[in-house]
Design a protein around this ligand. Structure first.
Ligand SMILES: *[C@@H]1O[C@H](CO)[C@@H](O)[C@H](O)[C@H]1NC(C)=O
Ligand SMILES: *[C@@H]1O[C@H](CO)[C@@H](O)[C@H](O)[C@H]1NC(C)=O
Length: 377
């Protein structure tokens, strides 16, 4: 059965969809990368005034005013660039990556409305692009920042170790990483604003990225002999993984994105979590909500279906066909519209799931009752 489906997909794909997707990816990748680099100081064409290694959210200064740097966004941007550098896809990025690390090391020490470096300041979500504190009112703290920053930098650290540059890792990167990882270890069990910066509660996204950071941090610490932190990171990572299970809504068959806020909890940030913590070697593990796990797929279906009737762009589209999705069904920000980022995340989860399904040969769908009755293809 499976080989029939795959050959059908292959046959259709090779003459139609795949050709279009491949040519789109080829042209769009270069275009998107140039846009991304344009938003990084000091010489990005859209980022004048930003210090070296500082990623701006947008050049826009009115409606919305987004000419600031967010720790979350910057870390996700540099996660991509560090992946491209360490896999050899783009060897020109080294200077930019070193500038990012230096900029983040400066921001860590900037006392801000969330505190100083030792009193909670690492949870501050955004700064001015000249590396000073943003002192206006905001949804703070946001405790995913230090976790995402460490995940990005740890990949760079491991590559440097593989290439014999241990001193830069132990002397320059580890002090930055240890501050962030200790912050995660010591503060994960306090409430946080979610990644949409709207709700102060527990956040599935934040819990998951904190879990990932402590696991990776523990492995790096072991590798460079920083053994004193290892058992603390491992213990708290275990608690985080346990806590992560509590976001599952067993009657609705989806993940509750935020424990507060009075919404359904159906939210793109759960889909973003699944693709951000995707690990092909973890198979379809449901405890980490891998893209092909029954829980993450059931969640994806509930999430996508929630936008079928609320966006006019989706009207008339068959119930088993793809639709445009947004952040969450109750969203009213800027009119609460579909968003490319959310729709692409849904597609990426399916892509990740198909890729693991293909390599392991089966999927178990216990949380998708109607589908589970079908024999796996
Ligand atoms: C180690 O990496 C840093 C950061 O890129 C660089 O400045 C330094 O020259 C490297 N050291 C060696 C010995 O390659
Ligand atoms: C802290 O952890 C406990 C035990 O997992 C959990 O019940 C509680 O909701 C957590 N609170 C926050 C804010 O993370």
């Amino acid at each position: 059965m499976r080989s029939i489906l795959l050959s059908l997909l292959g046959a259709v794909g090779s003459c139609l969809a795949q050709t279009n997707v491949n040519s789109y990816v080829a042209s769009e990748s270069a275009f998107a990368k140039a846009g991304l680099l344009a938003n990084i100081g000091p010489s990005g064409s859209k980022s004048s005034g930003a210090d070296p290694g500082i990623v701006i959210a947008s050049p826009s200064t009115t409606n919305p005013d987004y000419l600031y740097t967010w720790v979350r966004d910057s870390s996700l941007v540099f996660k991509v660039l560090i992946d491209q550098y360490t896999t050899g896809a783009d060897t020109s990025l080294r200077t930019l990556i070193d500038e990012f690390v230096s900029a983040e090391a400066i921001l860590q020490q900037v006392t801000n409305p969330s505190g100083s470096v030792t009193t909670g300041g690492l949870g501050e979500p955004k700064f001015n692009i000249d590396e000073t504190a943003f002192t206006g009112s905001w949804g703070r703290p946001q405790r995913d920042g230090p976790a995402l920053r460490s995940t990005a930098i740890i990949t760079y650290a491991n590559w440097l170790l593989d290439n014999g540059n241990t001193s830069y890792v132990t002397q320059t990167l580890w002090p930055v990483l240890e501050l962030d990882l200790n912050y995660v270890m010591n503060n994960w069990n306090q409430s946080t604003y979610d990644l949409w910066e709207e709700i102060d509660s527990s956040s599935f996204w934040t819990t998951a990225v904190q879990h990932r950071a402590l696991r990776q941090g523990s492995a790096l610490a072991t590798r460079i002999g920083q053994t004193s932190v290892v058992s603390g990171y491992n213990t708290q990572a275990g608690y985080l993984l346990c806590f992560l299970q509590s976001y599952w809504n067993p009657s609705g068959n989806y993940v509750t994105a935020n424990t507060g806020g009075g919404r359904s909890g159906i939210d793109a940030n759960t889909v973003l979590t699944s693709i951000h913590t995707f690990d092909p070697s973890a198979g379809c593990d449901a405890t980490t909500f891998q893209p092909c796990s029954d829980k993450a797929l059931a969640n994806l279906k509930v999430y996508v279906d929630s936008f079928r009737s609320i966006y006019s762009v989706n009207s008339g589209i068959a119930s088993n066909a793809a639709v445009a999705t947004g952040r969450y069904p109750e969203d009213v920000y800027m009119g609460g519209n579909p968003w490319y980022l959310a729709t692409m995340a849904a597609a990426e989860q399916l892509y990740d799931a198909l890729s693991v399904w293909g390599s392991q040969g089966s999927l178990t769908l216990a949380h998708m009752p109607r589908l589970a009755q079908r024999s796996p293809v």
